[in-house]
Design a protein around this ligand. Structure first.
Ligand code: FE
Ligand code: FE
Ligand code: ZN
Length: 277
């Protein structure tokens, strides 16, 4: 079963997202849990959530992949930025219990000259503060392109964070195809090799979701600029191999390509046509 979707605007609530997903042929989706510039999230409307859960059940949705605000930086040098990261993540995790058992992915952060070791410590501190035994949401660390001092450009960095987190059973990984390509993992010529590396270092059982994006830049560019499927350096054929790979094909695939909603609908249709059930 292909679980495919894209980023949807969350401003009108869960039911609106569920309906829009169905309209564009999606059976999963991503959304930002709150405004990236910070501030508090809108109060949860439980009627809205209940209606959404019906839509989700009736249409056999896969797991959702909620996205933390991309400005969240758990390993910032500024304590106020770290406090926002901590409070926003704790609040998001508790709110996501309204739609239990889904995924919540976040960018590990940028260590801003503090170094990878300090970055790791601060991220682990945050996770050890906010993760709870009772949560049903799995928190996903996203693989990053390695722009500037971004953490998570190497599988080893994610492994280290997972190793040092107390409730590591609540953690998984979201693999972004644009980001790992930009980080230097050659998924065009050696997808099997990259997945073997992932398996050796992190373990494929931790891999819970894929951000399916083409990249405007060549392998190892450390840039992070997404392209439409087939309009970048990764190319449609390689991305079709990703969705059909036996080790990946049951995961939720989320498009984060530069598209309006019609463009997303076209990419979803294209990927469905090229998926082997
Ligand atoms: Fe992301
Ligand atoms: Fe991503
Ligand atoms: Zn990106």
């Amino acid at each position: 079963m292909l679980y495919i979707g894209c980023h949807l605007a969350s401003s009108k609530g869960y039911t609106a997202m569920g309906k829009q997903a169905v309209e564009i042929g999606a059976n999963t989706f991503a959304f930002f849990t709150r405004n990236p510039r910070g501030g508090s999230a809108k109060a949860l409307d439980l009627d809205d959530v209940a209606k959404f859960l019906d839509i989700s059940r009736d249409n056999n949705f896969g797991k959702l992949v909620a996205h933390a605000p991309y400005t969240m930086n758990a390993c910032a040098s500024d304590e106020n930025i770290r406090r926002f990261a901590r409070e926003a993540m704790a609040d998001d995790i508790s709110r996501l219990e309204a739609t239990p058992g889904n995924y919540y992915n976040f960018h590990p952060g940028s260590h801003v000259k503090q170094g990878v070791e300090m970055g790791t410590q601060l991220i682990v501190e945050q996770l050890n503060t906010v993760l709870t035994q009772s949560q049903t949401t799995t928190v996903l660390l996203e693989t990053m392109a390695g722009k500037g001092s971004e953490m998570g450009r190497e599988f080893e960095e994610l492994r280290e964070i997972i190793n040092r987190t107390n409730l590591s059973e609540k953690l998984g990984v979201c693999l972004d195809t644009c980001h790992i390509w930009d980080a230097g993992y050659d998924i065009v010529n050696n997808l099997d090799g990259v997945l073997e590396q992932f398996d050796t270092i992190i373990g494929l059982d931790r891999l819970k979701a894929i951000h399916l994006n083409d990249s405007l830049n060549p392998l190892g560019a450390h840039k992070d600029r997404h392209a439409k499927i087939g309009e970048g350096h990764i190319g449609a054929d390689s991305l079709i191999r990703v969705i059909n790979h036996p080790k990946l094909k049951e995961l939720p695939f989320i498009l984060e390509t530069p598209n309006d909603i019609d463009g997303y609908a076209r990419e979803i249709a294209f990927l469905k046509e090229n998926y082997n059930d």
